[in-house]
Design a protein around this ligand. Structure first.
Ligand code: ATP
Ligand code: MG
Length: 438
């Protein structure tokens, strides 16, 4: 293995064009394949933008050079200085005739997982060797798109006057009093990993920050093993003051719109690699009330009682009948968490909403309760002890404006935009019921 020294890549594969013909470039990456025909050898070099061909010619390069470059183990990392030459027989239209190269990272053989093998490895094998799995262009494409989605959301937040915050992930109280929490030992005290920044982002509404967003981890000790649940996911959260649920939905639909728009612009080739496409949603997104959903579900032949949460079977019927992204609004108050504001003129229903993509929930949000007495009552109604929420309730006692917000699962949105069927495809190192390593 050789030190990198002052060698630096000056072109990615995709940056090389006919403008570079006959000039020298420095490229770097992984050796994907070597085809040695005896007197001539073709070495495929891959970087994050594509694959190029290095052509080694025994007569031209000499025995030693030729042997050294053709006997490298697949997936070793090299840096190459070479001349770009037109070559009509190569898909890219050019090849590189290497002048010098350095081996900066040797790969052991055999590889735990192939990068370009035709045989599909199963998910566990792939995740065990995720660092190699991520070298595959169709796997990496998902994460390039994920990055665009997060940037697109941030762009909306910045434009709309939100400031980025980070709230604690080690906490003393459960957000919703649920049981889906991981416990942690915090010196001599018992602590939890936070399942949502809900309580903290609401407390920030009492500070005058007005509009905050947080993109951070959320932990849920969900026992079930599904294709849309993780035990650690990235939550995109906002909270805004002097606002109701419609204002919050307005920000959300801008985020979704911008995420799809930017993906189509920036990640055209990644979408092509994935063989997927998604239409830019028309705004405003459709709003369907909970009661209207029940009617649609009934027409679809499934019966459920008012007040129940939609089981998957019901969601599927809804997803078939309402196109793409839509909001479900005006939920039964008892089906939503204690901090959801009931309608003043009909407290049976509340200002909570979900954003759906077909049968998949991607966001829950609401106008929140900002009246501390109502909040205490709602806590008690849901079997929670207001004393345990003192730190949170205090923020409502000294001037709390009305506010609204939502939490959007980054992996759920990525799943939808990339067309992935399993949420594990949308997180680098998934944490699920069985997996804690790597
Ligand atoms: P679901 O009903 O799908 O389990 P939820 O209603 O429990 O979700 P919320 O508490 O409303 O989830 O969280 C807000 C958003 O966070 C969800 O709409 C979803 O996008 C995301 N989310 C929640 N739980 C998970 C999870 N276990 N894995 C991945 N994303 C999640
Ligand atoms: Mg929800």
């Amino acid at each position: 293995m050789e030190p990198l020294g002052d060698w630096r890549r000056n072109k990615f594969v995709s940056d090389i064009s006919s403008d570079d013909f006959e000039s020298e470039v420095t490229v770097a990456g992984w050796i994907q394949d070597i085809r040695n025909l005896g007197g001539i050898a073709f070495i495929l070099l891959r970087d994050r933008t594509g694959v190029l061909q290095l052509t080694a010619i025994k007569k031209h390069h000499g025995e030693d050079f030729f042997r050294k470059i053709t006997t490298l183990a697949r997936e070793s990392v090299i840096v190459v200085k070479g001349k770009v030459q037109p070559n009509e027989q190569v898909a890219s239209g050019f090849e590189i005739l290497p002048c010098e190269f350095k081996v900066v990272g040797v790969a052991k053989t055999p590889l735990p997982l192939g990068v370009v093998d035709k045989v599909e490895a199963d998910m566990d094998t792939r995740l065990d060797s995720r660092f190699i799995d991520l070298r595959k262009e169709e796997i990496a494409a998902v994460f390039k798109i994920r990055s665009t989605i997060l940037a697109a959301c941030r762009e909306v937040f910045e434009k709309e006057g939100f400031i980025e915050v980070h709230t604690p992930k080690i906490v003393a109280t459960a957000t919703e009093g649920g049981t889906a929490l991981f416990q942690a030992q915090y010196f001599e005290k018992k602590a939890y990993l936070n399942q949502s920044p809900q309580l903290y982002k609401q407390m920030l509404m009492a500070t005058g920050f007005d509009r905050v967003y947080e993109i951070g981890p959320a932990f849920r000790a969900e026992e079930h093993d599904t294709t849309r649940h993780l035990n650690e996911f990235t939550s995109i959260d906002i909270e805004m003051a002097f606002a109701d649920e419609e204002d919050a939905m307005g920000i959300l639909e801008k985020c979704v719109y911008n995420a799809v728009l930017k993906t189509r612009e920036v990640n055209e080739s990644d979408m092509r690699i994935l063989g997927t496409d998604i239409d830019i949603p028309a705004l405003p997104l459709q709003r369907v009330t909970y009661s209207e959903c029940l009617d649609i579900i009934k027409e679809g032949g499934y019966y459920m009682n008012w007040g129940e949460d939609f089981p998957m079977e019901a969601m599927k019927i809804l997803g078939e009948r309402i196109p793409d992204f839509f909001f479900i609004t005006k939920w039964p108050t008892k089906s939503k968490p204690f901090y959801t504001q009931p309608f003043e003129d009909n407290p049976e229903i509340c200002r909570g909403f979900d954003l759906q993509y077909k049968e998949k929930e991607i966001t829950s949000g609401a106008q929140r309760v900002s009246d501390v007495n109502l909040l205490k009552r709602r806590l008690e109604e849901q079997g929670l002890n207001p004393k345990e929420f003192k730190f949170y309730l205090d923020a409502f006692e000294y001037g709390m404006p009305p506010h609204a917000g939502w939490g959007l699962g980054a992996e759920r949105l990525t799943m939808i935009i990339t067309g992935m069927q399993n949420i594990r495809e949308c997180v680098l190192f998934p944490r699920d019921r069985k997996r804690l390593v790597p």
